[in-house]
Design a protein around this ligand. Structure first.
Ligand code: ADP
Ligand code: MG
Length: 730
């Protein structure tokens, strides 16, 4: 530990500091946004390290680390109303102030005091290691306000750990206090001091993306003002808005970022429109017979998609299209048609799926559906190794194999296709942007078709996918019976198991979906199981004894996962107990029940996706949504939407109405969108406004060359650094 202290892990920071300060403590160095936090007064190597562990390395990071909550020092919670876990301000007189050394730690002092409020209720205050600023400031018998988290002490009594104290009139402090997620070893007060310093020294340098003129015309706060507002709210700030992320400060930051995002989208779209793509316009020697031989008639929506894709393929510009269609809407047939269109035009096609089993399934379906067409299809997954792999790679690179199905293995460095005309990405949301970009690197000029079943409201699709062309399959093939969906209370789980038992007895299969892999506490016996392992054990011993039960979750090795899926598909298992990894889909027509435990924990879109695992065969299917005992009534109402609506589009709109775009975007953010403040997007109008501003500005200065575009240009570059340019394939 001593060594680490003497040799900080960030020697470069030290060097930078001593460079400007001649070895002095760099307290008066002019701070820049990019200055390392070690240059802030009061931040030594140790604190810099714990800040870094929170993801805070530079002054800019600190400025954009927004308060997690706000505490109103004007509020007072009566001691009688305290509950463990809440953070509250309480007021009373201090009594029984005691300070004593802590056992086993000579230099630490344990300080306790009792706060007594006007009604005579008492609360213990505890500090391990009293902050320096407070020593000698605990007036026995004095009146104070205390802010802190209420916890249950070892003796079962409530106590407040490490509260902050202030004079009861609060005249000394700000009435609305930000509460931050803190780095280890820092308290709110110290952290706020660092933030204040950063605000004063550097906030003025934060440059927004929105050009001044647009910003003023729309009365949007400057980013520096927004930061000031959020870190040090004025006394008259609307606390409710601050708490719900709707304050002017929140709006300004979200809009600024959205503006940069929309700018990047528009620019990318323009760039792509100019990128040449292979022109695929051969005679319909394959697509013609394919459509004729299909065992069904294509839906109008499918036909429309074929037209749109066909036009794109024929044109000399590269196709970048996304096909959005509900589970079961028939995206695969569209993809096969597009692949055949490429092949009959003399090019190759590649179809990438997120799992081996799905790639296999596509390969098998293609071989079956296109048997009479005599098109040779290959499968390339991680399982193809050694000589087989070499042979396959050689054939692909020579253009001898017209269509290849595969997993990520397809985009590995050494795969080359002689003449890739079309790359299809199925379940695109399961791939990172890097994967999708690499797919394109398989062949320059390749047209890209992405497919997703994630229902997304049109209003959001317009924005989020603005760099792509969109085809929507808004129609299911005829003759589908909707999956009968019902809510069950946790205590009725027995009824659910009975349904499953009956289905198994009729030779059908069932999924159970659970939120956890393993229960962490020992009291499994009392509660209904919430984990894969607990549920599987329970079913094996009890309700479904004798059934063949397998498990599937993200901590299993890929090969094990594939095996479980395969066994379930092939009927070697009756029941698959799984986490949500089962969401992307294999087609198991014999599966007729899906039980989703703790359904209230999931978003509607995800539940809909999960529900899509059943109802894929001729038999009527059921979806049992099991609601936890503790779920509140808004959660139950949300789930009712699934009972009512069968279509993904409808559900998506409903979800948007109930949750707001910020939540939806936030959920999508995982790995995809470079939006830090997405959660503050409160309505679709904000997105529309950002888009409109971006378009207005680009009409004026398409290359972002004007001096007034400097901020926009910088923000656009930052988007690129986030990997945005790669998002041009998704
Ligand atoms: P998804 O869009 O979820 O990928 P699939 O492409 O797997 O859906 O199609 C689901 C099922 O519907 C498949 O069995 C497929 O053969 C069938 N199908 C596709 N299009 C039609 C259609 N127009 N009429 C009837 N069945 C269809
Ligand atoms: Mg599919």
């Amino acid at each position: 530990m001593d060594r680490a202290d003497r040799h900080p892990t960030t020697p470069s920071l030290r060097r930078g500091a001593s460079h400007t300060q001649g070895g002095e403590r760099p307290s008066s160095a002019p701070l820049k946004l990019i200055s390392p936090l070690a240059e802030l007064p009061g931040v030594g190597p140790k604190r810099a390290q714990s800040l870094a562990a929170r993801g805070l390395s530079t002054v800019e990071d600190l400025l954009f680390h927004l308060p997690a909550r706000y505490q109103d020092w004007r509020e007072r919670v009566p001691l009688a109303a305290l509950r463990p876990g809440i953070v509250a301000v309480v007021e009373g007189t201090l009594q029984r102030v005691r300070e004593r050394p802590m056992r086993g730690a000579r230099w630490r002092r344990l300080v306790t005091a009792t706060l007594v409020d006007d009604s005579g209720e008492r609360l213990r205050l505890v500090w391990f290691n009293l902050p320096a600023y407070m020593s000698g400031r605990l007036p026995q018998g004095g009146r104070v306000a205390a802010l802190g988290r209420v916890v249950e002490g070892a003796d079962g009594q409530l106590e407040m750990a490490h509260p902050e104290l202030a004079a009861p009139d609060s005249a000394n402090g700000d009435p609305i206090r930000p509460i931050y997620r803190l780095p280890a070893g820092m308290n709110q007060r110290l952290f706020a001091k660092f933030v204040a310093h950063a605000l004063e020294a550097a906030a003025g340098a934060v440059r927004g993306a929105i050009p001044e003129e647009l910003r003023i015309a729309r009365s949007i706060a400057r980013p520096s003002e927004a930061l000031e507002y959020l870190h040090r709210p004025p006394a008259d700030a609307d606390l409710a808005k601050l708490r719900s992320g709707r304050s002017p400060g929140h709006v300004a930051l979200a809009l600024d970022e959205l503006f940069a995002f929309e700018l990047a989208m528009c620019i990318e779209r323009e760039r792509m429109a100019r990128r040449p793509g292979l022109e695929l316009c051969g005679p319909s020697t394959l697509t013609g017979p394919f459509v004729k031989d299909l065992p069904f008639r294509l839906t109008r929506a499918q036909l429309r998609a074929l037209d749109e894709i066909g036009d794109d393929l024929e044109s000399s510009r590269q196709m970048n299209r996304i096909l959005i269609g509900d589970v079961g809407s028939g995206k695969t047939a569209v993809a096969f048609w597009a692949a055949l269109r490429a092949i009959e035009s003399g090019a190759q096609a590649a179809i990438m799926a997120p799992t081996e089993i799905l790639a296999e399934q596509h390969h098998r379906n293609f071989s079956r559906m296109c048997a009479r067409l005599g098109v040779m299809a290959a499968l390339l997954t991680g399982n193809v190794t050694g000589n087989d792999r070499q042979r396959l790679l050689r054939a692909l690179s020579r253009g001898e194999i017209p269509i290849v199905f595969g997993t990520q293995a397809l985009i590995q460095e050494n795969v080359r296709l002689a003449r890739l005309g079309l790359a299809v990405v199925d379940e695109q949301h399961r791939f990172g942007v890097f994967d999708r970009a690499r797919l394109k690197s398989l062949g320059p000029g390749a047209n890209v078709l992405m497919m997703t079943a994630t229902p997304i409201p049109r209003s959001l699709a317009m924005t989020l996918l603005a760099n792509l062309d969109v085809s929507i399959l808004d129609e299911l093939p005829p003759g589908r019976t909707p999956v009968a969906t019902a809510l069950f209370e946790e205590c009725d789980l027995a009824a659910v198991h009975r349904i499953v038992r009956e289905e198994i007895a009729r030779g059908r299969r069932a999924y159970y979906v659970l939120p956890l892999i393993e229960e962490d506490s020992g009291d499994e016996a009392e509660e209904e199981p919430k984990s894969v392992s607990a549920m599987a054990a329970r079913l094996r011993e009890g309700e479904l004894r004798g059934a063949r039960i397998g498990v599937l979750h993200g901590r299993m090795r890929p090969a094990e996962k594939e095996r479980a899926m395969r066994e379930f598909r092939d009927g070697a298992l009756d029941v698959l107990v799984s986490t949500t990894v089962v969401e992307v889909g294999v087609d198991v027509p014999e599966a007729t029940v899906i039980v989703i435990v703790a359904a209230e924990r999931y978003g509607l879109a995800q539940l809909h996706q999960l529900r899509g695992r059943v109802g894929r065969g001729r038999d009527a299917s059921r979806c049992c949504l099991v609601v936890s005992a503790g779920a509140d009534s808004p959660a139950r109402q949300r789930l009712e939407v699934l009972v009512r609506c069968a279509s993904g589009a409808e559900i998506a709109e409903e979800d948007l109405r109930m949750r707001g775009p910020g939540d939806l975007l936030g959920a999508r953010q995982t790995g995809a969108l470079p939006l830090r403040f997405a959660r503050f997007i409160n309505d679709v109008e904000m997105i529309a406004a950002a888009r409109e501003m971006a378009e207005t500005w680009l009409a004026r200065d398409a290359a972002l060359e004007l001096p007034a575009s400097a901020g926009a240009r910088a923000a656009f570059k930052r988007m690129l650094e986030y990997g945005f340019s790669l998002a041009d394939v998704g």
